[in-house]
Design a protein around this ligand. Structure first.
Ligand SMILES: Nc1ncnc2c1ncn2[C@@H]1O[C@H](COP(=O)(O)OP(=O)(O)O)[C@@H](O)[C@H]1O
Ligand SMILES: O=C(COP(=O)(O)O)[C@@H](O)CO
Length: 588
């Protein structure tokens, strides 16, 4: 468990502050993460990596000469928000474009892709290569769906070496894809991990047992066995990674192939244990005729205090072998001897220095009155999420990573704080919702953070700051949120996501409003349809997001995002009913 922390919610921010204070030789902080504190030549492609915190040295520990130019650092086990990735990439770029690279997780993909779009719209060339090395997360035929674990290191390093060598963006991306295509990892775990302040682990592995293929956020594995001996574990890891189906294109046999083995500790295994395992890994690779190059044994991508390890095999070709030999100097990873670049004179730009907050636009008294109802509704949302956080976490742990409750808490409380600040500054309903949406997505990160932030912003854009929100405008706002979420997240009804509750909710609200119902009644009726639809997701197999690889495990359990959506709209309905019952409330 994590023993040392202050406010659990501040853990990631305080960790980043301490990490920067201890590593100024390499990094400086910018809103959203860190960039190199040394100068990179103008005209060099910037490699920007990132992901949730809790995986040190991924991702900030891998920023420095010869490796990443910047890292977007999200909350614990939650992808960074779009704004974070965008801000880090802007600070890291040097006029030759940005390669975004990160492990293939739903929240990361949504947020990094949105940041990529923003960067391109601003004229900054941007390409993306996701890391998909974990062989236990999808079959060979679906390699593009696999998640990224310790193979992050090989892909980031190859891309960064190409960038340092002056390759252009297209070529840096090509090298990153080549490295990813030649990287395979396989992991096991003996315990779960406990996030700061939590009274129970995020997930558990039964005493004396080993979860095979368990993900670095506790995503369920593919098998469970008794804990083997160190040699037996090495045999399982090497055996699966050398299987014919896992050999990369261009490698017909392990015999004679050059391979960098990376035995990665997940957080709580001792180096001594890893060395005992590696002893047998080395014997097995040699017996298979593999030419072992530059073996790595240590921690490269951890999972908080999880006891476990993964083995990565990086299959070199001539080009990758040359790039692999280049020097690197970062807080957590050093190879060879780097010619130290000059310090960048720029200083830390902490989160609070973000100049992006615009002034509050003028609003009519009617819209300001509606903003107070928006704030009350958001307070109800946060209370509802708090009351169900454990249940949401448990549902998410069945097939996902167990953090849905935590992420929704973080997001909804940030939305309340942002909305309160806006209301106190005289904002109308539209601006209050937009600020709340930004607060939600920025603070929560992850999949649901990105989607709820978008939803609030869409409703806010429809309501605006002038007219008193009519029931028609509210229904139009919810329809806009529905359209926005489906076009952004690309999920459809039946995929077992929040969309399964959102679509019937938006349709029913429109129908009831068109039929002349009062807003509070129309909302209550739509909320009850959303609740039924959310419950019915228990019978579905997930086709999107983190739950997809473990589809069958989630049968019988509703989708957590659909369930939280239904809980939220039901609670908001109660606020609307209470508001409409007061003499000054929105009786329409
Ligand atoms: N593409 C998508 N479109 C809409 N909703 C999605 C999508 N992918 C996942 N979700 C929803 O997100 C929920 C998980 O949210 P969250 O806990 O933030 O995920 P993660 O930890 O994977 O980022 C799922 O239960 C599902 O309802
Ligand atoms: O968990 C991570 C991001 O994935 P989500 O889909 O947002 O949960 C992170 O730790 C790896 O980047």
């Amino acid at each position: 468990m994590t023993r040392l922390f202050n406010e659990p919610d501040a853990f990631a921010d305080e960790m980043i502050a301490g990490f920067v204070a201890a590593n100024r030789r390499y990094v400086r902080s910018v809103p959203g993460g860190v960039v190199r504190s040394t100068r990179s030549p103008q005209g060099q492609v910037a490699v920007v990596v990132g992901g949730g915190s809790g995986h040190y040295p991924a991702f900030g520990g891998l920023v420095g000469q010869g490796l990443a130019h910047g890292a977007a650092m999200g909350n614990l086990f939650a992808s960074p928000a779009t704004q974070q990735v965008h801000s880090v990439a802007r600070a890291a770029q040097h006029g030759a474009g940005v390669l975004l690279s990160y492990g293939n997780y739903a929240g990361d993909v949504l947020n990094f892709d949105a940041a990529q779009e923003q960067l391109r719209a601003e004229g900054i060339a941007c390409e993306t290569v996701t890391v998909t090395d974990d062989i236990s997360s999808a079959p060979v035929a679906e390699r593009h769906r696999r998640r990224g674990i310790a193979g992050d290191l090989t892909v980031f390093r190859a891309a960064a070496a190409a960038a340092e060598a002056g390759h252009d963006l297209a070529d840096v991306a090509r090298v990153a894809r080549l490295a990813n295509g030649r990287t395979r990892s396989f992991g096991v775990a003996f315990t779960g991990c406990t996030l700061p302040g939590a009274d129970a682990p995020l997930f558990t592995v039964p005493e004396g047992r080993m979860a095979v293929g368990l993900g670095i956020h506790g995503e369920p594995g593919i098998d469970e066995t008794d804990i083997p001996t160190a040699d037996e574990l090495a045999e399982r890891l090497v055996g699966d990674l050398l299987a014919d189906a896992e050999l990369p294109d261009g490698v017909d046999s392990p015999r004679g192939a050059r391979v960098v083995p990376i035995l990665n500790g997940l957080g709580a295994l001792k180096y001594e244990e890893l060395f005992v395992v590696y002893r047998r890994v080395a014997e097995l690779l040699e017996a298979a005729g593999v030419e072992v190059v530059d073996p790595h044994v240590g921690e490269y991508c951890t999972s908080f205090d999880m006891a476990g390890c993964s083995l990565t095999l990086f299959w070199l070709d001539d080009e990758l072998a040359e790039l692999w030999e280049t020097p690197v100097d970062t807080p957590a990873y050093r190879r060879g001897s780097v010619m130290r670049a000059e310090f960048d004179t720029a200083t830390d730009a902490p989160e609070s220095a973000d100049p992006a907050t615009p002034t509050i636009p003028d609003a009519t008294p009617a819209s300001r009155a509606a903003a107070a109802t928006v704030l009350a509704a958001l307070e109800t949302v946060a209370e509802t999420v708090d009351a169900h956080a454990d249940e949401l976490g448990r549902m998410d742990a069945i097939a996902g990573d167990g953090d849905h409750g935590i992420g929704m808490q973080r997001g909804s409380h940030a939305a309340v704080a942002a909305a309160r600040e806006a209301v106190e500054a005289g904002a109308g309903a539209g601006t209050t919702l937009a600020r709340a949406g930004d607060g939600w997505s920025h603070r929560a990160g992850g999949t649901s953070g990105a989607l709820w932030g978008l939803a609030l912003r869409e409703v806010g854009a429809t309501l605006g700051d002038e007219a008193a929100p009519t029931r028609d405008a509210v229904a139009a706002g919810v329809t806009a949120a529905d359209t926005g979420i489906r076009s952004y997240g690309k999920a459809e009804v039946g995929d077992k996501t929040m969309v399964d509750a959102l679509v019937p909710f938006a349709d029913a609200l429109r129908r009831e409003v068109d039929a002349g119902s009062r807003l509070a009644d129309a909302w209550a009726s739509a909320a009850s349809e959303a609740s039924a639809a959310a419950a019915a997701t228990a019978d579905l197999l997930p086709r999107m997001g983190r739950a997809r690889p473990h589809a069958e495990k989630s049968l019988g359990t509703p989708d957590p995002g659909a369930h939280s959506f239904a809980l939220i709209v039901t609670a908001v309905g109660e606020t609307l009913a209470a508001a409409s019952a007061t003499p000054k409330g929105p009786s329409a």
